[in-house]
Design a protein around this ligand. Structure first.
Ligand code: NDP
Length: 234
């Protein structure tokens, strides 16, 4: 089974692990990247997801090289942490524009082909913070909680077309994004993880591959925590 897959932000971190996992399973995988070189062994398409013209061009390139996208993983995301009193409107709106509206842009473009084919898999990468909240991350948490409502609405809208839409909520995962946090904060988070360790990008990748594969055939509208138990109860 070789499907046409697109992973946004698949040039590093969690997205890269997801892309490698799906490619190892035999899929044709393209990743978006904004600058530099795409990762070795994967097809790179240049795309900033805040720009719908670039999104459209990236999809066209993928369609020409590996066929219409059958599996979309909306993973690209950013943080701009700040306490509310100090957060600028741009800090808020740019995070929402990337994490939530960016996912809207790629999902909207992807479903065209999926609806025609009457099948497809969409996985949105949210965060444990979307449901738990996190001081200093009002912008990020709002964008990630938004993905839950967005994804579940799509699941209802697109189910009759054979398209599943699920949300994966990672906990604390070792990537460039979390390396930026002070050591004490990292230790504090780890203390609250029942499994007692920080997640690896591969932990998230295996769950995404499951949802995108035969195991996910009857799962839609789900929010799957992959967080070592950190967000339990939320
Ligand atoms: P990284 O910071 O390591 O990577 C972010 C990725 O997103 C990069 O590939 C980056 O591309 C891409 N990206 C950011 N903005 C844009 C944009 N406008 N257009 C296209 N690509 C963009 O993050 P992680 O791998 O840690 O995170 C991946 C996802 O997982 C994010 O959505 C994040 O919120 C989520 N997540 C991460 C957690 C963690 O603990 N690490 C926990 C919970 C959720 P470029 O290289 O060009 O900058």
């Amino acid at each position: 089974m070789s499907r046409s897959v697109l992973v946004t932000g698949g040039n590093r971190g969690i997205g890269l692990a997801i892309a490698r996992e799906l490619a190892a399973g035999g899929d044709d995988v393209a990743v978006t990247y904004r600058s530099g070189e795409p990762p070795e062994g994967l097809r790179g398409v240049r795309c900033d997801i805040t720009d719908s013209a670039q999104v459209d061009a990236a999809f066209k390139e993928v369609e020409e090289t590996q066929g219409p996208v059958e599996v979309l993983v909306a993973n690209a995301g950013i943080t701009k942490d700040q306490l509310l009193a100090l957060m600028s409107e741009d800090d808020f709106s740019s995070v929402v524009d990337t994490n939530l509206t960016g996912s809207f842009r790629v999902a909207k473009r992807a479903v065209r082909g999926m609806m025609r084919k009457r099948s497809g898999r969409i996985v949105l990468i949210s965060s444990v913070v979307g449901l738990m909240g996190s001081g200093g991350q009002g912008n990020y948490a709002a964008s990630k909680a938004g993905l839950v409502g967005f994804g579940r609405s799509l699941a209802r809208e697109l189910g009759s077309r054979g398209i599943t839409v699920n949300v994966v909520s990672p906990g604390f995962v070792e990537t460039d994004m979390t390396a930026a946090l002070p050591e004490e904060r990292q230790a504090e988070i780890k203390k609250n993880v029942p499994l007692g360790r920080i997640g690896a990008a591969e932990d998230i990748a295996r769950t995404v591959a499951f949802l995108a594969g035969p195991g996910g055939s009857y799962i839609t509208g789900a929010v799957i925590p992959v967080d070592g138990g950190l967000g339990m109860g939320h």
